[in-house]
Design a binder for this molecule. Structure first.
Ligand SMILES: Nc1ncnc2c1ncn2[C@@H]1O[C@H](COP(=O)(O)OP(=O)(O)OP(=O)(O)O)[C@@H](O)[C@H]1O
Ligand SMILES: [Mg+2]
Length: 536
C-alpha cells in the first residue's frame, strides 16, 4: 500500500458554481438567509429593495448597519465554505448561505462592505459568466462600488460600518416575460414582494416586535415600508392550552432542552373584530407545528408528517423552540428550514403532548359549527312554518286549550273526547315560528316532541340529536327536502295529539323515545356533514 499516489483534485469551478444554484431554495427562504447574516452581524436596521430597472431587469439589495467587514472578512464571506463562525448560536452555520441562497436566483452576486464609518467600502463579486469564461474560482474585487447599492448602504448606515448584498442578473425569480416592463411582469414581482413581506413578518417576529424581549430588536423595511411582526400564535387573543419544557441529554452527555407550546386561536366569530380575525390568517393551511431555532422561525405550519392537516384543527398552532445545542440532534439541514424528528421525540409528540390540544381544538371547532348550525338552522325552518300555516286548516287536528300555563297542563279535544295532558308550551322565537321550532335540547335526548307554540299545534326539533346533525344539516339549504322532513315531524306530533288518551300518553312518549334511539343508531355511519358549504 506504499505506492498510493496523492493528487490534488480541485472541483471544476463552472460545474460546481452552476450546480450549486440548484440546492432547492425558495425565494423567501433565500432572502431570509441573507437577512440572517445581517442579524448575526448585529444590525439594528436592514433595508431591502426589490425592484426592476427601466429595462425590466430585476435586482435585489439587502443593506444593513451591522458590523461590516474589512477586506479579509469580505473575501472570507465570499468563499464557498467560509470559516466557522465563533458564535455557535448564530443563525449562520455552514459558510454557504450567502452564496448558494443568492446564486439560486441571480447570476451576479456582489457584496459591498466596510468595517467602520471611515474605511471606504469594498465590493466583491461572483459573476457566474466570468467564472464560466475563465473557468477559475475567480472573485472580482473593486473599490469602485456599484453606485446605487452604495447609496443604499449610506442610507441605512450613515458614517457607520455596514454591508449591502446585491443580486443582479436575477434570472430565476419570475418567469421570462416577453415584455419585461409590462403589467404582467410588474404584477409577478409585486406578488413576490408581498409574499416576502409576510415571510419576514413571520420568521423574524420576535426580532421585529420591540416588546418581545426574547430576541434582539431589528427594524426591517422592504421597498421603503417597515415590515410589521406577525405572531402565528396571536398571543393576547389565543389560549395557551399546553406547554412543556423537555430536558434531554445529548449523545456527548451535554444537557439540552426544548419547549413546546400549544395555542388555540379564537374562532373567527369570536375575535373582537373582523380586522383582528383576518390578521390571524385562520386557515387550514396555517395549522400545525412552527419550529423556532434561537428565536428565528425555521419551519412553519405542518404536522411534521405525524398527521394530515384537517379543517377541525384550524385553530391549533404549536410552537416548538430549541437552541443551537440541539442542531445535531434535530439534523438541521443546510437551508436550516427542516428538522428530522427522532423516533422518541416523534412518539412523545404524537402520544403524549399533542393528543389533548388536538382534542380541545377539535371540540372548539365543533362547538363553533354547532352555533353556526343553530344560526342557520333557525331560519332554515321558516319555509316549513309558512307552508304549514297555509295548510293548517286543511290538515286538521284537535283543539288544544291550556288549563295551567305554569305546569303545561292542557285539555286536548280529540276523537276520544277531552284529554287532560301535559304539553310543552312555548312562544315563537322568530316571527311565524309557531309550527316547527328547532331547539338546543329536549329532555331525555328525544329527537322531537309535540308542543303548543302561541296556541298553535307544533313540534319542537332537537338540533343536538345526531339525526339532526347528519340528516338535517346537510339539507338545510334544500327547501323541499327540509319541508318534507319538518312536515313529517309535525304530522307525527299532531297525529299524536289527535289519537292520544290520558291512559296512552306515556306509551306515545315511549314510542318517541324509541324512535329517537333507533334513529341515533341508524345515522351513526352516515358521513359528517360539510358544515362550511351548507352553513354559509
Ligand atoms: N451582512 C453581513 N455582515 C457581516 N458579515 C457578513 C454578512 N454576511 C455574511 N457575512 C460573513 O460572511 C460569512 C459567510 O456567510 P454565509 O452566509 O455564506 O455563511 P454563514 O452565515 O457562516 O453560514 P450559513 O451557510 O449557515 O449561512 C459569515 O460567516 C460572516 O462572517
Ligand atoms: Mg449565512
Amino acid at each position: 500500500m506504499s505506492n498510493v499516489e496523492e493528487i490534488e483534485l480541485p472541483p471544476d469551478p463552472e460545474r460546481v458554481i452552476v450546480g450549486l444554484r440548484d440546492t432547492g431554495y425558495e425565494f423567501n427562504t433565500a432572502v431570509a438567509d441573507i437577512v440572517d447574516n445581517s442579524i448575526a452581524a448585529n444590525a439594528t436596521k436592514v433595508q431591502l429593495w426589490l425592484a426592476s430597472d427601466l429595462r425590466g431587469n430585476v435586482r435585489l439589495t439587502i443593506a444593513d448597519n451591522g458590523d461590516g467587514m474589512d477586506r479579509a472578512g469580505l473575501i472570507n464571506a465570499m468563499q464557498y465554505g467560509s470559516k466557522v463562525r465563533p458564535n455557535a448560536a448564530s443563525l449562520g452555520k455552514y459558510g454557504l448561505g450567502l452564496k448558494t441562497a443568492s446564486t439560486a436566483f441571480c447570476k451576479r452576486l456582489s457584496v459591498i462592505s466596510r468595517p467602520d464609518g471611515k474605511t471606504p467600502a469594498l465590493m466583491a463579486t461572483w459573476d457566474l459568466y466570468h467564472v464560466a469564461k475563465v473557468n477559475k474560482w475567480s472573485l472580482l474585487l473593486s473599490e469602485e462600488c456599484e453606485v446605487e447599492a452604495l447609496e443604499q448602504l449610506n442610507a441605512v448606515a450613515p458614517n457607520h460600518a455596514g454591508t449591502v448584498v446585491l443580486w443582479e442578473n436575477v434570472d430565476r425569480l419570475i418567469k421570462d416575460y416577453q415584455d419585461k416592463t409590462g403589467a404582467h411582469a410588474r404584477k409577478a414581482l409585486k406578488q413576490k414582494e408581498d409574499s416576502l413581506r409576510n415571510h419576514i413578518a413571520m420568521v423574524y417576529q420576535r426580532f421585529l416586535d420591540p416588546k418581545d424581549e426574547r430576541a434582539q430588536n431589528v427594524v426591517i423595511a422592504l421597498n421603503g415600508k417597515v415590515v410589521d411582526p406577525w405572531d402565528p400564535f396571536q398571543r393576547g387573543l389565543s389560549e395557551l392550552v399546553a406547554q412543556e419544557t423537555v430536558d434531554t441529554e445529548l449523545s456527548d452527555g451535554r444537557k439540552a432542552s426544548f419547549t413546546v407550546r400549544a395555542f388555540i386561536l379564537p374562532r373567527r366569530e369570536d375575535f373582537p373584530n373582523e380586522k383582528l380575525a383576518s390578521a390571524a390568517m385562520l386557515s387550514n393551511d396555517r395549522q400545525g407545528i412552527y419550529i423556532y431555532r434561537e428565536n428565528r422561525l425555521i419551519h412553519d405550519a405542518d404536522w411534521l408528517g405525524l398527521y394530515q392537516k384537517e379543517p377541525h384543527l384550524t385553530l391549533l398552532r404549536v410552537e416548538f423552540s430549541f437552541d443551537h445545542s440541539l442542531d445535531d440532534a434535530f439534523h438541521l439541514d443546510i437551508k436550516k428550514s427542516q428538522i428530522i424528528l427522532n423516533d422518541d421525540l416523534a412518539s412523545w409528540l404524537q402520544n403524549e403532548f399533542l393528543p389533548a390540544p388536538r382534542r380541545e381544538a377539535n371540540n372548539r371547532s365543533r362547538d363553533g359549527q354547532k352555533s353556526a348550525i343553530s344560526k342557520k338552522g333557525a331560519s332554515a325552518h321558516d319555509t316549513s312554518n309558512n307552508n304549514i300555516r297555509n295548510r293548517e286548516a286543511a290538515a286538521g287536528g284537535p283543539e288544544v286549550n291550556v288549563t295551567d300555563p305554569n305546569t303545561g297542563e292542557v285539555v286536548v279535544k280529540n276523537k276520544h273526547g277531552p284529554q287532560r295532558l301535559k304539553l310543552t308550551i312555548s312562544t315563537a322565537k322568530r316571527p311565524g315560528e309557531v309550527y316547527v321550532q328547532p331547539v338546543d335540547s329536549i329532555k331525555n335526548g328525544l329527537m322531537f316532541q309535540p308542543a303548543l307554540i302561541d296556541q298553535h299545534k307544533a313540534v319542537q326539533i332537537n338540533t343536538s340529536h345526531p339525526y339532526y346533525h347528519k340528516v338535517y344539516v346537510p339539507n338545510l339549504n334544500r327547501s323541499v327536502t327540509l319541508q318534507g322532513l319538518d312536515s313529517l315531524m309535525w304530522a307525527l306530533s299532531v297525529a299524536e295529539l289527535s289519537t292520544v288518551q290520558d291512559s296512552t300518553a306515556s306509551m306515545f312518549q315511549d314510542m318517541r323515545y324509541e324512535v329517537s334511539r333507533i334513529l341515533e343508531k341508524l345515522v351513526e355511519n352516515l358521513p359528517e356533514p360539510e358544515i362550511d358549504q351548507n352553513v354559509a
